[in-house]
Design a protein around this ligand. Sequence first.
Ligand SMILES: [Zn+2]
Length: 503
Amino acid sequence: MATGLTLIRGGRVLRHARAPLAEADILVEGERIAAIEPPGRLRPEDARIIDAADRILIPGLINAHTHGHGNLSKGIGDRWTLELLLNAGPWVSRYTSPEQKSLTATLGAVEMLLKGCTACYDLFVEFPTPSPEGLAAVGRAYADAGMRAVVAPMMADRTFYAAIPGLMEALPDDLRDAVTRMASASGEAHLAACRAALKSWPIDRDRARLALAPTIPLHCADEFMVGAARLAEEFDAGYHTHLGESKIQAVSALTRYGTTLTQHLARLGVLGPNFTAAHAVWLDPDDIQRLADHGGSVAHNPGSNMRLGSGITPARRMLMAGVHLGIGTDGANCSDNLNMFEAMRIASLASHVRGPDYEQWLATAEVLELATEGSAHVLGFGGKLGRIEPGFLADIVFIDAGHINWVPLNNIVNQLVHTEDGGAVDKVMVGGRLVVEGGEILTVDLKSLRRQAEAAIEEMARSNAAARSLAERLEPVVGAFCRGIAGKPYPIHHYGAVRELEI
Ligand SMILES: [Zn+2]
């Protein structure tokens, strides 16, 4: 944690997405921004000086949705839908030791910091239940790397195979027996572990804090969804779930609940200002209004939605309804590179391909705002993160204006969203502490991290070999079953899919 005074001198500062780019000096006191003044006016005694000549300073980008457990499996699958990814879950991201959990979280933190992202909402899975030690190891990994995080244990009390109505019955007997043996832990066990973790959380909540993530409503009993909401309320924590991510989920909800997923959650009483819906692709107009009426948020992950063929979230319609929106990358096992610059670009492009009415497309200033202040709100850091302003935490990304991405500089905001790819990130400051300099991470030994990652994937290949072979036998059956559902019309008016495209 930084103490004392730091003067960042000579940079061009973009205070927020709608501000002009202006030359200014920034005084940082401890963890916070104390003052921003025209060049030369601030003359503090005994301040550390950081020269920002030829640097563009922007607020740190904030990733509204990722999965720390996916970082050792970047690039592992190709033509996987969400359901095929879930089928592969037991072999692609199952760890046992706290060291492996810490390692995989560190990998993500390093990658995000190097690409200009200073905080994230991490839905992290542990088997069979979350553990106070495992969650603390993940939180410490972020804090030690110098990144902020909301760590939300991702939980289910029903397996994927039991969650999709009809899937169990469609499996051949031997495979059905095998998946029946994969029992999930009970909701009570999950909640008891979460309560213990919330009570004993050892890290400053502004650096890393806990939230709760019953992963997918279909994978969780109603009592468990409600119990998690009550626990989140009791500890003033966030509540995050994957909502209407795929058509399979939307159709399965009608079968299981007789309503849409969002309506079901509204009836359970779990929607509220601390509620974040990840993806929210397959929502109807009433669902969107329900989210808005409850003050809820959406973590918009357009890269993952395209990679998994889930559809395109109607971001404009959500903004018009008053839903809070942040932008996320999703996990490295389904969008590979945790690059928030890429996530912004895809968010922009995804809004363009929805139709020719360009006034409905997201403007680049809107996209940048979503990836900074919007995501800050989703993480529960509204008014503290997402801007370079006095009183805000000093999370600042220094971009090298001499990098080819900025030669020439025509329009700061358009180029941040459409041109920059993370390559020009020179320095990254989090809470007044420099954690990246010269494009290199200062807080972690990358060579040692690489050795540990390589050893971990070898060890995982051994310990998860049986799970992999089972998943590979299941894949064609699960794939065929889900394609059957996806091929039928969805009877609810919705905005999720591009229906006019054909191969
Ligand atoms: Zn996710």
